[in-house]
Design a binder for this molecule. Sequence first.
Ligand code: FMN
Length: 339
Amino acid sequence: MALTPALATLLRGRLALPVVASPLFIISNPALVIAQCTAGVVGSFPALNARPAEALADWIMQIQDALADWDAHNPDRPSAPFAVNQIVHRSNVRLEHDMEVCTRHRVPIVITSLGARPEVNEAVHSYGGAVLHDIINDRFAKKAIEKGADGLIAVAAGAGGHAGTLSPFALMQEIRAWFDGPVALSGAIATGSAVLAAQAMGADLGYIGSAFIATEEANANPAYKQAIVDGDADSIVYTNLITGVHGNYLRPSLVAAGLDPDNLPASDASKMNFGGDKAKAWKDIWGSGQGIGAVQAVVPTAALVARMAREYAEARNRLARTQPELAPAPALAPVLAAT
Ligand SMILES: Cc1cc2nc3c(=O)[nH]c(=O)nc-3n(C[C@H](O)[C@H](O)[C@H](O)COP(=O)(O)O)c2cc1C
């Protein structure tokens, strides 16, 4: 459990809460990323959200300028670094262009999804940046590290967007058996106590997506934000129909699109397409993880982060208070000695 030197330097003294606000297709925009970083969590966006491709450099510069301005005025509370997400799938025809832009602008953290490529990692390392690669099982985790990623994002069951099916306990246990580098854990985290739980399991950071949809800065229509507030774990349907890869979606949006959530046809990975058309076809299908029961209102991003930071501190205090009662060490010592 350790951040690599590059990540430790990037994050030191800059986090109000050990969290990466994850990239959200269509929803993450510069306003959201700036609000996340200035609130003290790593903000991120998918490169593909900047459309046309020429807009990517503008988005990055807009974020860098705003964060530099924030840091100049708030030296005691400097902003967290930001991350750009690259979909490393053959259908993403923008990858080469977008990586060139990220390299030229020295994006501090690159999050890679759907495929690990050594040349992407090398490009980010060339200017001192760090790569986190998202995975849904231990096999993909090993591949990602072999190909040169600095750290992992463990996407467990219940996560929004493309999610796995593994329990976070199982996933973290398997990863921590061989990997002691940076790991962010995701899947239904929406409270500060869940962030602390992720750390207790061995993660360095929590990775949170769906809760940020219900923020004022998020680029989502008001009905979507309200559906996140109104929904809970029971409202989430796991299907591969939408993109060809299994993911979690809000049941009411599937019904509104004329689909029967309980009888969805299956798709397959050959239908994956990050070239653009698919996004239009399913633009009213709303992705969400299972953790949204903890989301009670649409709020400014700063308020959401402040709420989770308060909960995180309370959870730590609660554990510290209860720990003396558990006090395993003295009672356990003779038993251990006898074995
Ligand atoms: C609407 C939506 C869009 C997403 N888009 C992306 C994306 O473009 N790239 C990506 O790597 N992950 C994407 N994700 C997955 C998130 O980055 C993250 O893994 C997930 O939201 C974490 O689980 P949580 O939503 O339960 O917090 C998306 C998730 C949602 C809900």
